[in-house]
Design a binder for this molecule. Structure first.
Ligand code: ZN
Length: 160
């Protein structure tokens, strides 16, 4: 019974999507940190992509809705700030979905350029000849870039 409860809670929580990037679930993002049982209560831990991310409120509400829809009434949702979320927590699947959505996935530390800024590849043509137009894109979590080759502006998911 309790094993089934955790499975159901995990399945429900894993299906919650990010309000800013609806192709990504919070499991893809690595925002969903833990789903466990404390007696008959489901405990869920989430870590915001950056502190003060306004999306977290929405994610908590979506989580509560998803859990209730799965028939789970007793749960606690805790926001864990440490260790801080990094883009390394994005799953492979998450990176792939981001690129398909037209958002450049985070470059990661290994692909940082020597100038300390992210080496961002264009999600459309793959060119590395990109420039940052604005620190903030469509949301605070994204920066606006433009590809020099295909001249397309695109969002870069930069939260870390
Ligand atoms: Zn391009």
């Amino acid at each position: 019974m309790s094993a089934g409860l955790r499975e159901r809670a995990l399945a429900a929580a894993s299906g919650v999507v990010d309000p800013e990037i609806p192709v990504l679930t919070i499991a893809d993002l690595g925002v969903l940190r833990a789903v466990r049982l404390a007696g008959d209560t489901v405990e869920i831990e989430i870590t915001p992509t950056y502190s003060g991310c306004p999306a977290m409120r929405v994610i908590e509400q979506e989580l509560a809705t998803a859990l209730r829809a799965a028939g789970i009434g007793k749960f606690r949702i805790a926001t864990v700030l440490s260790p801080a979320w990094t883009t390394d927590w994005l799953s492979k699947e998450g990176r792939r979905k981001l690129a398909e959505f037209g958002i450049a996935p985070p470059a990661g530390i290994s692909r940082r350029s020597h100038f300390g800024t992210d080496a961002v590849a264009c999600p459309r043509c793959g060119s590395a000849e990109t420039e940052r137009i604005s620190e903030f894109g469509s949301t605070a979590c994204k920066a606006l870039y433009r590809c020099r080759r295909c001249a397309e502006p695109f969002d870069y998911f930069k939260c870390h």
